[in-house]
Each structure stands twice: as C-alpha cells, then as structure tokens.
Design a protein around this ligand. Sequence first.
Ligand SMILES: [Zn+2]
Length: 298
Amino acid sequence: MKATQNKTAQIVSWTAYPAVIAFGLILHGLLLNLGYPLQVSTYIPIILGAVIITFLEHKFPYRKEWLPNTSDVKNDLTFIVLVQVILPRLLSFFVAIMLLGYLKTKGVTLDRYWPHHYPPFIQAILMVLSADFLRYWLHRASHKWYPLWRLHAVHHSPHKLYWVNVGRFHPIEEALQFLFDALPFIILGVSEEVLAIYFVFYAINGFFQHCNIELRLGFLNYIISGPELHRWHHSFIIKESNRNYGNNLIIWDLLFGTWFLPKDRETETLGLKNREYPLDFVNQMRTPFIKGIDQGYL
Ligand SMILES: [Zn+2]
C-alpha cells in the first residue's frame, strides 16, 4: 500500500505542474469557444486550478509543518480579495483607462509598437517575456534598495509557503507592480483576449510557485520560476533569498546571474530576519512605515 502511495506521489510530483497549467489554458480556450464571457472563461480555470492545488497540498505536502492554519488563510484571503482582485480593477479603471483617454486626446497612440497580428497565444508568450523582464528589475531593486524593501518585506514575512500566500503584497507594492506588468501592455493596446491568456498562466503559475506540494520540475527549472526555485527566494538567509527573482520565468535570472538551485540540500528556515514582524493583514498595512522594522535586505 505504502509503495503504491509513494509511486502516486512520485507521478504527481513530476506531472502536476504541466498538467494543471495545460488544463487551465485549454479550459480557458474551450470556454471562450463555447461562447462564455471573457471574465467567466478566465476565472473558472483559475478557481479550478486553486481547488486542485489545495487538494494536492493536503494530499502530497512538501512540508507538513507548512500547512496553513485558519488565521493564516484568513489573512491571506484578505490580501487576495483586496490587493489582488479589487485593487488591480480600480487601477485598471482609474490609471489605465484615464491615461489612455488622455493620450488619445493628445493624439498619441502606441498601438503600432505591438504585433497585434500575431496569434493571441504567441502574443501572450511575448507578454510573459517582456513583463517578466520589467518585473525582474523591480523585484531585484526591491531586495537592494531599502525604501522598496520596506514594502516588499510584507511578501517575505510568512514563515511557511503555501499557495494562498502568493497574494501577500502591500497595496503600494501591488500598484508599483501594476505599472510594470499591466500598464505598459494596456497602453500598447494589447487585446483583452491576450491579457486573459497571460492572466490565467500568471495566476496558476503563481499558485504553484508558492505551493506546499512535493513537486519536481526537472528541466523546467531552467525556464519557469517554480516552487523548487522560489522556496530559496523566501529563505531566511539573505544571500539565498537575493536569488531567483523571476515572476513567471527564470530565464532573466539565468541571464543576469541570480539563478540558484542547490542540488544537495533543501530550504530550511523561511521569512524575515525580524521573527517578531507582524503577520496579520491590518498590521501589515502599516509595517512598511515603521522605520527599521526589518533590515533583511542587501
Ligand atoms: Zn522577493
């Protein structure tokens, strides 16, 4: 019985990532073809992806002690709803739409700088590549420059990793990320159809990146910023956490010398230098403004 369980765990560790990502993207295309609205076709695969990943975390945990308790989940869900769902919508409306309107009145259109005639899937790949390049440098700066680290420390505060804490970002940092990974593409006039493909991949990949599932990505660790790499990015040891900045892809880390995946050991302690750093949503709204609360950068 144990041997069968081990075999299943092994199969899951190698297949879960590609299977769920493919499932999400194929389902998204299928729902669109069946005539469902874009929002429905985008959120259904993401929600199903989250359900599958939650099940796998409980069935095949990487570390049993990293399974979240009710208070962790409550705080993380507050971050997801307010910072990841509501805030980007407000930003899209107030910043992107207003900016686009303003540019139009000035006769400025930047549409010609994007290959709108390419198939949507190819455009989405181009978007992942370029958005990740911009996010790589924002992320690297967030670990090296104290004013940005104060905001980014919120994301590094948990002492364990599981998929729901993917959304733990201070709203000011989330707004900065929006300037780097959504706004340029909205200004370039990238279609909603392409943005939706990008978003399905971005969301499910993000869940996996933080997940507590025993996974092996093999050669994908040279392309995708997956959980094996990202756990090192959350290490308590600063010279380990100042690696693997990739948001969706890891290729920019490979190119700029920050790729890190030791073969002979596993991640140990996670989180910030300040072990007393508050972990609840309300307190984390003000921690970036408390001078010297965590010096775990550089
Ligand atoms: Zn970071």
